[in-house]
Design a protein around this ligand. Structure first.
Ligand code: 13P
Length: 250
């Protein structure tokens, strides 16, 4: 069975008081990660260590980014081994905001995934097309190309990777993909995973939807056969909204 996952990407939001308030509320109302369903949060990295210490294994706590390098003179960067050493379990790689704003291309994404896996971090690998690519009917080939990067990894390594499909035009815009649009792409991703790695991996890899997912639309999206949960931005910044999205999985 595939694990269901609800992950909150806090991005560069919330100063310490607001972050603590949200996290404390979350600790009291969000359900613990269970065998079937994982609850994950990706807070800004300055809060990771404190949150992990207060977490008692209730949720998975991950980083929004990592360095592609092992260690050394890389001012401002955080390595996979440093993340691992504070108890971090997960990392996001390939988010469109990093691909676009920080020009992270295939080679660097590959190095980031390699470093994460080497140090025992699980990865959520994000992919997604722009509005223009969709309008020009290039959305499937865009995702196919982004997924092709994963060919660099062994079957065993792929077991530590989940996928998040986040259409760029739906991120932070309030324009979520319709269940039909999301479902079509998730079916395609499942097929691609089968082509690349065989049906066993394809059937056990969680594929999340992200992009203006909210308490209002989550249930319809999560009913789609190949959508295994969500990577949530804005709605993860409110403890009750995030809870409603977790509950929409069931
Ligand atoms: P929103 O839910 O704010 O659209 O963000 C989605 C996202 O980018 C999560 O990584």
């Amino acid at each position: 069975m595939r694990k269901k996952i609800i992950a909150g990407n806090w991005k560069m939001n919330l100063d310490i008081d607001a972050a603590n308030k949200l996290y404390s509320e979350g600790l009291s109302i969000w359900p613990e990660t269970s065998e079937d369903t994982a609850v994950m949060i990706f807070p800004p990295s300055i809060y990771l260590q404190d949150f992990i210490q207060r977490n008692n294994g209730r949720f998975e706590i991950g980083a929004q980014n990592l360095s592609p390098y092992e260690n050394g003179a890389y001012t401002g960067e955080i390595s996979a081994s440093q993340l691992k050493s504070i108890g971090c379990t997960m990392v996001l790689v390939g988010h469109s905001e990093r691909r676009i704003l920080y020009e992270e291309h295939e080679e660097v994404l590959k190095q980031k995934i390699e470093s994460a896996l080497k140090h025992g971090l699980k990865v959520i690998y994000c992919c997604g097309e722009s509005l223009t690519e969709r309008e020009e009917l290039r959305h499937m080939s865009k995702i196919q190309n982004q997924l092709a990067l994963l060919k660099e990894f062994s079957i065993n390594e792929i077991k530590s990777i989940s996928i998040a499909y986040e259409p760029i035009w739906a991120i932070g815009t309030g324009k979520t993909a319709s269940p039909e649009q999301a479902s079509e792409m998730h079916d395609f991703i499942r097929k691609e995973l089968t082509n690349l790695f065989g049906s066993e991996i394809a059937n056990t890899t969680s594929v999340l939807y992200g992009g203006s997912c909210s308490p209002t639309n989550a249930n319809a999206l999560f009913k789609c056969e190949n959508i295994d949960g969500g990577l949530i931005g804005g709605a993860a910044l409110d403890a009750h909204s995030f809870l409603s999205i977790i509950e929409a999985l069931e």
